[in-house]
Design a binder for this molecule. Structure first.
Ligand SMILES: [Zn+2]
Length: 398
């Protein structure tokens, strides 16, 4: 068990300086701490653990040879290249997921939701690999695993049974993908996914890249099923590009139902996709989370998994430059992600887990605009990273 911690002069979310106390891995009142290790935060900004709400831990090429990307421009080109790379490059899901987690830890990423491929070529091997990493690194980070039928489920016989096996093996969430353009049968795809979720009592997280009216139609089907199965607060739609291109009346109507059914939306702020109406969604009460999506993989070569950099991309994609907007994007990458992932005991209140990231910055806008490094990362009262360097014994990763 970690010693008690007394963190002096920290500024939660850029507010006035306070002292924070952690005992037995949770924030407590000052009078509950006895002989504590003292840390002087010197006025740095304290954030709760950053939340990576959407990535693909099993497919990153971090630490491997550079992948020369000759992949065509369509989503199907990328899916085919992805399957080929899995066969030919020897991407070990256990090793690669550990590498990505250790790369993002010094940034302060303490909660990760990862989609993990399930298909008829690899079966559930990637799920089993990421589960091993989750167990090995459970002292450092929380990992939620989405069983993800990247190559389609109805199109490839046997995938539905593999999804079931993935959930029985320990996947936490039922994934889905483009019910119309990939599956070509939105009702049957979504019925199958929601039936799995209902039977296993698991949440749902669906990749929805589909454009315009087609995307809106699929979103309506998702919302109907959320309501029918009382899954409010347990469904996330990833990307939801359609929301960025609909006429304003239909956009507003869908946003109101997303808020009412507490269906979260995950957006990465991609420069190559429509920008979502971030401000309107937040003001309307929609839970908005963000993620890196693939980091250094066959889909895209970039990404370092820093969720404060992601907040900056969100601001840039939405043309935001003023301080309060920048602070909002940081909220998306912390509290928004936590709500979307259904995390309990998140934040700085007494009783919450003693997790925080100290960032050397003067304001939240500076945190997002300049993404200062040399962060200090504390989880459950243990100092894991101090000033950007590993503190104590972090596990060695191959
Ligand atoms: Zn994705």
């Amino acid at each position: 068990m970690a010693a008690d911690l007394f963190i002096r002069n920290a500024r939660p979310f850029g507010g006035p300086p306070v002292d924070l106390f952690i005992r037995d891995g949770r924030f407590v009142a000052a009078n509950e701490v006895r002989s504590a290790i003292e840390i002087d935060a010197t006025g740095h900004i304290a954030l709760p653990g950053l939340v990576e709400a959407h990535t693909h831990l099993d497919k990153t090429l971090v630490g491997m040879d550079w992948f020369e990307n000759r992949v065509g421009p369509t989503r199907n080109d990328r899916i085919l290249a992805d399957r080929k790379a899995k066969r030919e490059l020897g991407i070990d899901a256990r090793r690669q997921s550990a590498r990505q987690i250790m790369q993002t830890l010094p940034h302060g990423v303490l909660h990760i939701r990862s989609h993990v491929d399930v298909d008829t070529e690899i079966g559930i091997a990637n799920i089993e690999g990421v589960i091993k990493t989750r167990e090995a690194l459970r002292g450092l980070v929380d990992v939620q695993i989405v069983a993800f039928p990247q190559s389609g489920m109805l199109q490839r016989e046997g995938t539905l049974e593999l999804m079931d096996a993935a959930l029985r093996a320990g996947a936490d969430i039922v994934g889905g993908i483009d019910p119309a353009t990939i599956e070509r049968d939105p009702v049957r795809h979504l019925d199958a996914i929601f039936e799995l979720a209902d039977r296993h009592a698991k949440p749902v997280d669906i990749h929805l890249h589909e454009p315009g009216d087609l995307g809106a139609f699929c979103l309506e089907l998702i919302l109907e099923r959320t309501r029918a199965l009382s899954l409010q607060g347990r469904v996330m739609v990833s990307h939801a590009y359609c929301l960025g291109v609909l006429d304003s009346a239909r956009q507003q109507a869908l946003i109101e139902v997303l808020a009412a059914e507490r269906v979260a939306v995950m957006t990465v702020g991609s420069p190559s996709a429509p920008a979502l109406p971030l401000r309107l969604m937040r003001q309307s009460g929609v839970v908005v989370a963000s993620g890196s999506d693939g980091i250094q993989g066959t889909w895209e070569p970039w990404g370092n998994g820093d969720m404060l950099e992601r907040a900056k991309y969100l601001a840039q994609r939405n043309g935001m430059t003023n301080d309060s907007d920048l602070e909002e994007t940081a909220r998306v990458c912390t509290y928004g992600g936590a709500e979307g992932l259904g995390l309990d005991h998140y934040g700085f209140s007494e009783g919450c887990f003693g997790d925080l990231v100290l960032v050397p910055a003067r304001t939240m806008a500076e945190v997002v605009a300049l993404t200062p490094q040399k962060r200090t990362v504390i989880r459950r009262g243990c100092v894991l990273v101090r000033g950007g360097e590993p503190a104590g014994d972090l596990p060695a990763i191959e």
